[in-house]
Design a protein around this ligand. Structure first.
Ligand SMILES: Nc1ncnc2c1ncn2[C@@H]1O[C@H](COP(=O)(O)OP(=O)(O)OP(=O)(O)O)[C@@H](O)[C@H]1O
Ligand SMILES: [Mg+2]
Length: 225
C-alpha cells in the first residue's frame, strides 16, 4: 500500500470506487468485497462502468467491441453518457436510500484512458467528468496498480476475448498506468494505491481492510443522522 493506509474516513456518503489498469484484478477484488459486505449484513449495490444501466450495457458493447473505429472524442462522449445515466439512475438513488455503492471504475478511467491514453485535453475531460457526475466524488478509491504487461497477460489468460482497449500497444497502456498514478496524487478524495502484483489473497486482504474501515465509518455516520 503506497499511501493513506491509516486514513480515517470523515463524513462518508457511502460511495466507494475500485479502479486501475486492465486486468489489474478489480473484478476479483470486488467479488471479495461483495462477500465481506454480505457477511456483515450491509445493504450495498455493486455496479460498474461502463454498463451499470441498460443504456450502459448497449454503450459497453459499442465501446469495447465496435468494429468501426471511434474517435477519442466519441469515446469520451459515450463513456460520459454511460456515466451520467449511471450516476443519476443508479448511484444517487441508492445512496439516498441508505445503500452503500461500490463501483468498478469511475471517471478516473476516462481521465486515464481518453486523457492520458488518447491525448485529449485534460481540462476538457475534467469539465465533462464533473458535469456527468454532478460533482459526486466517492469516499475513497482503491487503485490497483500493476505493470501493464502483467495486466494484459492476466486479461488474455481469462480467455474472454480481447476488448478494443486491450488490443492497443504497450505505450498506450503505460500512459494510462502513469495517468492513474498522477490522478491519485492530485485528487482530493483519498486514493489507496495497492500493489496488484501480490498474490490474490494479499491484494484482497489489503483492500478488505480499507473497505472495512470505510463501511464502519459510513454506518456510524448513518446512525448519527
Ligand atoms: N493478484 C493476482 N495475482 C494473479 N492473478 C490475478 C490476481 N488478481 C486477479 N488475477 C487474475 O487475473 C485475471 C484478471 O483479473 P480481473 O478480471 O479481476 O481484472 P480486472 O481488473 O477486473 O480486469 P478488466 O480491466 O479487464 O475488467 C483473472 O483471471 C484473475 O483471476
Ligand atoms: Mg473487470
Amino acid at each position: 500500500m503506497l499511501a493513506n493506509s491509516d486514513f480515517n474516513f470523515k463524513s462518508p456518503k457511502g460511495f466507494f470506487v475500485v479502479d486501475g489498469v486492465n486486468g489489474a484484478g478489480k473484478s476479483t477484488v470486488l467479488r471479495r468485497l461483495e462477500e465481506l459486505l454480505r457477511k456483515r449484513g450491509t445493504a450495498f449495490l455493486l455496479t460498474r462502468e461502463p454498463g451499470g444501466t441498460s443504456l450502459g450495457t448497449s454503450l459497453r458493447t459499442i465501446l469495447l467491441s465496435s468494429t468501426e473505429p471511434l474517435t477519442p472524442l466519441a469515446e469520451l462522449f459515450l463513456f460520459s453518457a454511460d456515466r451520467t445515466t449511471h450516476v443519476h439512475s443508479k448511484i444517487l438513488p441508492a445512496l439516498r436510500s441508505g445503500t452503500a455503492v461500490l463501483s468498478d471504475r469511475y471517471h478516473y478511467s476516462t481521465t486515464a484512458f481518453q486523457g492520458y491514453g488518447r491525448g485529449l485535453d485534460l481540462e476538457t475531460i475534467h469539465t465533462i467528468n464533473e458535469a456527468a457526475c454532478g460533482g459526486l466524488a466517492p469516499d475513497g478509491v482503491l487503485l490497483l496498480d500493476l505493470p501493464v504487461e502483467e495486466g494484459l497477460r492476466r486479461a488474455a489468460a481469462r480467455r474472454d476475448g480481447q476488448d478494443n482497449f486491450e488490443s492497443e500497444d504497450i505505450a498506450f497502456h503505460e500512459r494510462i498506468r502513469q495517468g492513474f498514478l498522477t490522478i491519485a496524487a492530485q485528487r482530493s478524495e483519498p486514493f489507496f494505491v495497492v500493489d496488484a502484483r501480490a498474490p490474490v489473497e494479499v491484494v484482497c486482504a489489503q483492500c478488505a481492510a480499507i473497505v472495512e474501515r470505510w463501511i464502519a465509518a459510513w454506518e456510524k455516520e448513518l446512525h448519527h443522522e
